[in-house]
Structures are given as structure tokens and as C-alpha cells.
Design a protein around this ligand. Structure first.
Ligand code: GLC
Ligand code: GLC
Length: 831
């Protein structure tokens, strides 16, 4: 069942009922000011840090769900309704919510009154703008009341939801004309306030929640709206809000437009006050003046549209498959930008108060946005690398405001260092900007310990080598990619952290997965060294490359012996030296992660283990909704395995469809030339292809979720944790690089498709190092892989035979063209 449709022309998903299975959200903002916005206008706003600078409140586990937001109440005689349906839930005669790129529009009509609520965070402005248009479609005059309403958060979202003995006494506001200022804690140490304003004078206002809603009223039945109007209340402590009241008289056919704003203002410390106790409003007034009319609003919309045109013009696809085109060309890239902005901090599943920026997550997110915003990716890499320790290990998380490593969680996740190579390698391949490697970067955020980025990579690589276990495989530490496989923890006490309890440097427990990573990213490291050796004529880098490849080859041997189980790659060895993820295990016999990573790394490609491992994935882990993480699911808690066995069977890491590593299987299948199967794995978790089962899937049909319940779960097929997931970046890699085969390499752009035989032709426009490549792939004979003929600028071109790490051996390597040029490329697949 569907709850809407894609409008590809406008790059929108149009939701046709407010009763979606879960709130379906959008992200507004692309710089410092952000809004999470659901299809019923639920959500919240923050400035830069969702915990420390929260502007409006949100109660995640509330009932009904999604009760707080950016509300508009319409009162029409005795009837009260919201264009977004929530919170009054009066049935509109028609309803549409259009989620577009960085904006949303809710349109509803009831009893002949049309309301259009448009929301956007303008570029270059620290505010949410909300335009509300009212149209009288009746043939009589209408007297209406309009009430906008938001509830302020007292800045630190954690304190706001817990430290009531203090914060119920702190709230302060000022009202000045059509603006309501929220200035809690501004009298003492804060130099920022929030402002809610309208572009015309209201007929009334409230700033006390009790006055507007009533102590026992609630947002579904505000006393001021249902009763005799706003009271002019000024909040002193308790719950400050911004509510206004407007009387509107509309003749038949008449339209009236209001612009509201919610802004964040910072004042220099010596300019905080206009008079004793009166905040300096000059910056707020400038903001209000800037967005005071329809023309300014329209201009902000246009600017945002242009911004997205620019971002998406780096990769465009036309394949004749609308679902594929809209995912690869629009929504997947959009989600990648959201992960750039949010990392794992704020979604409808991440409270914005918990996890900061993850080291491994941020490195992987890079793979999905580096082609859109290379300069910002560069900055991100340097920030991440600065949280690395001198021995090559890393803080597992860091805080976005301070960019400092997070002490609580610390270090010891032994896959982390290698992800830094992965992220940097992606940046180098995209941009060719080797100068980044010479940038001086702190260790442990300490400038006295700064070293060139290249030295950081070297230490990342060495970290694995100096942390090998009894079988020559990498020690796992607190966990590897799978945060929940905690082989050195042994927690028996509720509430303990599964990751930080127990000895982090267990000397026995090993990860086959990190072994695969070491082979894949160790090769990438060697390629980078080799490239420098060649371009700078440096023998030292040549030797470093040789040594790295020697270590990689030893690791390959270890993985193919101790890491091989007969029909698939094992997952790990636990602290007692027992196999995890082998046929001899009672439960958890086979895991997805090492199959994906080891095959992507090329391990066993020539000797058959790679193909056997993928065959086992298909046999044991495949489901119609995606590939599950492991089988059989763990049915009881194992202290020696950790958090993974704490989840009920079929959920999360315990045999859920953990979408993040499905694209690894896609890439792995493509590396063996299995285009049909690669596409099948891609398609099963890709939102547009499962839009029809939105009633089962439940999360948004335009973005990936972290997890879909697996076949062991009661809710098989039901997704959770949409938006902030490594699935976004890896899915984009899998479709753009592995399947469509457009792959940036250190020396140029490779074309090496691996597609389903049913795909007969497609065109990709790809910006690469400043040049635009228009690449047409024709597949007249229904091949899955292998280029037969190629033309560049209509000239027949020799195939490179082995274009870099070209998978099929029959790809085409294009040297970087002059920036600004347009290169026409045509290839024909087949034998
Ligand atoms: C979550 C984490 C990610 C981890 C994955 C598997 O998505 O953000 O870092 O790799 O879970 O445990
Ligand atoms: C990852 C996992 C999650 C776990 C968390 C922290 O995000 O997905 O299941 O709770 O790490 O341990």
C-alpha cells in the first residue's frame, strides 16, 4: 500500500494522507540552522547542535506520536483544524504534503478554506521561514482566526527534559510588536536568543503555555483557540511558548499571505543589551526585515532550488527505470547530504542528545557526498583525523560543536583507523588533490602533536599490524564495524555499556572482518604510496607500498586459512579462541559482514572462496526484504558475544536486515561480474522499489533506513531508524560505482558497468575534477558486464585491459579532462 507518490519533475515526494504509518520527515537547512519536519508539520529546530542549542521542544516517546511542531490552527466558526491535520486531527477535505529538497509544503482544504503552509530554511539565514497562504474558495465572505504556535526548548535539550527543579523557574521572554523573544538564560551566560515573528501585527499573543493550551488542555485542544482567544500572557518560568492570533476576513476568491519566522540570534558579549534587562534586538530586526514579504520568500526558495541543482548536477542518471533514476539521481544523494549535516545526531530515532559524530560513520558518509561537496569533505577529513591518537587508534566519537574526541566512549574500536584510509582514499580518487596529505593535523586534538595527514594514514595502517591476534588476524578490541559484537566485555549487569565494560585490549579475540578491511584499504594505502612514489620520484614511498602489499598478502593468507570456514568466511574468534560465525556454532553460524568485505577486498576471487561465500549468503541470509545480518539468530544472551545477543531474534544486529552492509554484497557480487544478482540485492532494500509495501515497511519510501526486521522477527519487513545510516553512502557507492560502473580512480575515471541484462541502455552525466562526462552505455545483447567497444568524443578508443583495480578486466580508464570541458563517451557492452 502507498501513501503518496514521487513527483520527479519537482523532485518531491507527495504524501496524500496525514495518516502515514509513522511520521515521514524531511530535513530543512544546509548550513547551521536545521529543522526536522514531519508530514503533519511536527518536528523541531536547532542551531548547529541538537542537544546544546535546541530551539523548540520535542517528546520522542509521546503518544500520540509527533505532538510538537510548527503548528497552524485555523478557526472557522465553531470548527478548528490544522492544515497538517495534527494535533487537532480534524479531517480536512483534501490534504497533500510535498517534501522537496530542503523545503516542505503542506496544502489542505476544509469547508472551502484552502491553506498552504510552506516551510524552508533559507540559505545564509539562521531561521525557519513559514509562509501561510489562506484562500477563500466559498462564495460567501469568511471571518477566520489564524493561530501559529510553537513551544520553546530551554536550549540544552537534555537539561530541558530532566532538570525541572531548575528550569521551571528560568524561562523568560520579551514581546515587542509582532515578535516574541525567547531569552532564557540570556541574563547570565548565554549571548543567544530565539525569536518568533510574523510579518504583520497580530491581534493577540500568548507566551505562557498554560495560558494558551490550558494546564490540562494540550495541543489537540488549546483553550485560547477553542475558547475566547489569546490572553497576552508573559511567561515567567514554566513553559515559554510563542502563540499569536490573527483575525482574517476573506471575500470570495480572496487570498491572504502571512510570513512567520523562527530565528536564532547571537550578540557579541558587549552588545547584549539595548537597555538594562532589555535584549538588543537589532540583529533580529534585520533578519525580520530581510524576509518580510512574498518576494523575499520566493527568492529564498529559488536560491535553494539552484543550490540543489548544483549539488545534483555532479551525478545524473537516465536509465528508463524511473525508480532507479529518482533514487540514484535525487533521493539517495539527498540522504547523503543529510548524513553530512547530521551524522548520527538528530532524526526521529536519534534524539540529538546522544551520539555525536562517529569516527567510522563519518568516514563512511564521506563516500556518499565527496562528489557533491569536495571542499567540505576535505575539511571533514581533517577534523576526523585530528581525533586520532598517536598510536593510530581513535576516539570512537567526537562532538560537532567542539570537534573534540568524546572521553565517555573513548577508543578501542579496532576497525576505526582503517576507515580513515577509506574516507581519504575516496577523497583522493574524487579530487586528485594530494595536497591534503601534506596538511598538518593534530593527534588527540593537541597541536603540539601535529603531523601531516599522510602520517595519520600510515599509523592507521600500522595500527592493525601491531594489533594482531593468535591467528595473525586483527584483534577486535571493543568491537569492529558491528558495535554489538563485544567479545571482550562479558557484561552481566543491567545498564552497563556493552562497549566500554571489560578489558578493551583483549589479546585473543580477533576479527575476520577487520582482516578483510585491512586487505581492501591496505591496498588502497599502497596505491596512494605508489602514486606519490611515481609523481614525486620517491623511493621511500615505493618501499612503503611494497611493504604494505606484503602485509596485505600475509593477511590474505590468514583470512583464507583461519578465517575460512569451508563455505564462507568466519566472523571472528572470541576471547577463548572459539570460532564465531562458523558451521560448528550452534547459532550465529554465518554473518554477512566478512562475506561482503572480504569479497570486496578481492580475497579468494581467483581461488573460488569469494564465489562460494556469496553463494552461501544467498542460500542462508537472503530474504525478499533484504539480506539478514546473520543466521541462525541468537535466541539467548551470551555474555561472551555481547550486545548482539541482547536483541530479540530478527532485530538490529541480531539477524535484522542491517541495510548498511547489503550494498557490500551488491559491490561484492558486481566484483565477480554478477550484474543480475548485484542489482537484485540493491533493489530489495532501495526505498522507491518498496514504496508499494509502505504499510509493511512503515518508514519513508524516499530514504533508506538503518534496519528492517529480519525473518526471525514478528514484524518481518518493518523498518526502523530511517535517514541517519551508512546505508545511504554505501548504496550510492554500490549503484554509481559497482553497478553503473562509473568509478573515480587515482588516475582518472573508470567505466566498468556490471548491470542486470534487462538494462539495455543508460546515460550518466558525471562531473569529475571539474569536467563533465556524458557517458552512454548501450547493452544490445543483454550482457551483464564487459565493454566491447568504446568511443570518446566519437573516436574509437582502445580498452585499457586493466584500468586500475578494474573489476572485469574490460573497463575503460579516462584520464582527467580539462576542467570546464564536456566529454562525450559511449560504450557498448558485450563479448
Ligand atoms: C550503527 C552505527 C555504526 C555501526 C552499526 C553496526 O549504524 O552507527 O557505527 O557500524 O550500527 O553496529
Ligand atoms: C550501534 C548499533 C546499536 C547499538 C549502538 C551502541 O549503533 O546499531 O544496536 O546499541 O551501536 O552500542
Amino acid at each position: 500500500m502507498k501513501y503518496g507518490f514521487f513527483d520527479d519533475e519537482n523532485r518531491e515526494y507527495v504524501i496524500t494522507t496525514p495518516r502515514t504509518p509513522l511520521p515521514w520527515i524531511n530535513y530543512l537547512g544546509c548550513e547551521d540552522f536545521f529543522v526536522l519536519l514531519s508530514n503533519t508539520a511536527g518536528g523541531y529546530a536547532f542551531y548547529r547542535d541538537a542537544r546544546l542549542r535546541r530551539l523548540t521542544r520535542y517528546r520522542y516517546n509521546n503518544s500520540p506520536l509527533d505532538s510538537e511542531g510548527f503548528r497552524i490552527y485555523i478557526r472557522d466558526g465553531a470548527s478548528v483544524w490544522n492544515p497538517g491535520w495534527q494535533p487537532v486531527q480534524a479531517e480536512p477535505d483534501s490534504y497533500r504534503c510535498r517534501h522537496g529538497l530542503g523545503y516542505s509544503v503542506i496544502e489542505a482544504e476544509k469547508d472551502g478554506i484552502g491553506v498552504r503552509q510552506e516551510l524552508i530554511v533559507p540559505k545564509g539565514g539562521n531561521c525557519l521561514l513559514m509562509r501561510v497562504g489562506l484562500t477563500n474558495r466559498c462564495d460567501v465572505q469568511k471571518q477566520l482566526k489564524l493561530f501559529p504556535y510553537i513551544e520553546f526548548c530551554l536550549w540544552d535539550a537534555m537539561e530541558d527534559g530532566s532538570n525541572f527543579q531548575r528550569n521551571l523557574s528560568c524561562g523568560e521572554v520579551e514581546v515587542d510588536g509582532a515578535a516574541i523573544y525567547h531569552k532564557t538564560e540570556y541574563r547570565e551566560r548565554r549571548n543567544h536568543y530565539a525569536v518568533f515573528w510574523a510579518n504583520r501585527m497580530p491581534d493577540g499573543f500568548d507566551t505562557s503555555r498554560d495560558a494558551f493550551l490550558g494546564v490540562y488542555g494540550g495541543p489537540a485542544r488549546p483553550e485560547a483557540v477553542f475558547g475566547s482567544g489569546c490572553t497576552g500572557s508573559i511567561a515567567h518560568g514554566w513553559q515559554p511558548v510563542a502563540a499569536q492570533e490573527f483575525s482574517v476576513c476573506l471575500e470570495p476568491g480572496e487570498r491572504s499571505s502571512f510570513i512567520f519566522g523562527l530565528g536564532y540570534i547571537e550578540n557579541p558579549t558587549d552588545e547584549k543589551w539595548e537597555a538594562p534587562g532589555v535584549i538588543n534586538k537589532s540583529r533580529a530586526k534585520a533578519m525580520m526585515a530581510r524576509y518580510s514579504d512574498d518576494a523575499a520568500f520566493d527568492a529564498a526558495m529559488k536560491e535553494l532550488g539552484d543550490h540543489w541543482d548544483g549539488l545534483l548536477s555532479g551525478f545524473r542518471l537516465s536509465s528508463g527505470d524511473a525508480k532507479l533514476d529518482r533514487m540514484a539521481g535525487i533521493w539517495n544523494q539527498y540522504q547523503c547530504m543529510v548524513t553530512f549535516n547530521m551524522s548520527r545526531s538528530a532524526s526521529y530515532y536519534e534524539s540529538g542528545m546522544g551520539r555525536g559524530m562517529g569516527f567510522r560513520d563519518s568516514c563512511q558518509d564521506l563516500l556518499g557526498f565527496v562528489h557533491m561537496i569536495p571542499e567540505r569533505a576535505r575539511e571533514r577529513i581533517l577534523d576526523i583525523a585530528a581525533t586520532q591518537f598517536e598510536d593510530g587508534s581513535a576516539y570512537h566519537q567526537y562532538q560537532p560543536l567542539t570537534k573534540k574526541g568524546n572521553m565517555d566512549i573513548g577508543s578501542g574500536f579496532n576497525d576505526d583507523p582503517l576507515w580513515l584510509i577509506a574516507g581519504t582514499d575516496a577523497y583522493l580518487r574524487e579530487t586528485g588533490d594530494f595536497s591534503i596529505l601534506n596538511e598538518m593535523v593534530d593527534f588527540d586534538n593537541d597541536p603540539t602533536k601535529a603531523q601531516p595527514l599522510m602520517e595519520h594514514l600510515r599509523r592507521s595502517f600500522r595500527f592493525t599490524l601491531t594489533h594482531l591476534g593468535p591467528h595473525g588476524l586483527p584483534l577486535i578490541g571493543r568491537a569492529d564495524w558491528n558495535d554489538c559484537l563485544n567479545l571482550n566485555c562479558f557484561s552481566e549487569t543491567p545498564g552497563e555499556s556493552f562497549q566500554t565494560t571489560g578489558p578493551s585490549e583483549g589479546p585473543v579475540a580477533e576479527s575476520v572482518f577487520i582482516g578483510g578491511m585491512f586487505v581492501k584499504y591496505g591496498r588502497a594505502y599502497a596505491d596512494i604510496c605508489r602514486h606519490i612514489a611515481r609523481t614525486e620520484g620517491s623511493d621511500a614511498y615505493g618501499r612503503e607500498a611494497d611493504e604494505a602489499l606484503k602485509a596485505v598478502s600475509d593477511m590474505e593468507t590468514a583470512v583464507l586459512t583461519a578465517g575460512w570456514d569451508g563455505s564462507w568466511f568466519r566472523r571472528a574468534y572470541d576471547a577463548f579462541g572459539h570460532v564465531v560465525g562458523g558451521s560448528g556454532c550452534e547459532e550465529g553460524k554465518i554473518f554477512i559482514e566478512p562475506q561482503g568485505m572480504c569479497v570486496m577486498a578481492g580475497i579468494g576471487r581467483k581461488t573460488g572462496e569469494a564465489a562460494a561465500a556469496l553463494k552461501s549468503v544467498k542460500e542462508h541470509l537472503d530474504t525478499p526484504y533484504g539480506v539478514v545480518l546473520l543466521q541462525p539468530a541468537y535466541t539467548r544472551y551470551h555474555a561472551e558475544l555481547g550486545e548482539i545477543t541482547s536483541y530479540p531474534p530478527g532485530y538490529k544486529e541480531n539477524a535484522g536486515i542491517f541495510c548498511h552492509n547489503n550494498p557490500w554484497i551488491t559491490c561484492a557480487e558486481a566484483s565477480l561480474g554478477h550484474g543480475g544478482r548485484a542489482f537484485e540485492v540493491y533493489r530489495r532494500i532501495t526505498p522507491a522499489y518498496i514504496e508499494d509495501i509502505s504499510d509493511i515497511h512503515r518508514t519513508e519510501p524516499y530514504c533508506y533506513s538503518q534496519m528492517i526486521a529480519g525473518k526471525d522477527a514478528a514484524g518481518f519487513g518493518e523498518a526502523k531508524n530511517s535517514w541517519l545510516t551508512g546505508t545511504a553512502a554505501w548504496s550510492f557507492v554500490s549503484i554509481s560505482q559497482a553497478i553503473l560502473g562509473i568509478r573515480p580512480e587515482l588516475d582518472g575515471l573508470t567505466i566498468d558497468p556490471c548491470i542486470p541484462s534487462s538494462l539495455k541502455s543508460y546515460t550518466v552525466t558525471r562531473r569529475f575534477r571539474g569536467a563533465d562526462y556524458r557517458i552512454t552505455v548501450d547493452n544490445p545483447d543483454g550482457a551483464e558486464t564487459g565493454i566491447r567497444e568504446a568511443w570518446v568524443e566519437e573516436k574509437k578508443t582502445e580498452l585499457s585491459g586493466n584500468a586500475g583495480p578494474c573489476l572485469t578486466g574490460r573497463g575503460l580508464l579516462l584520464a582527467p579532462a580539462a576542467p570546464g570541458s564536456v566529454v562525450e563517451v559511449k560504450v557498448i557492452l558485450g563479448v
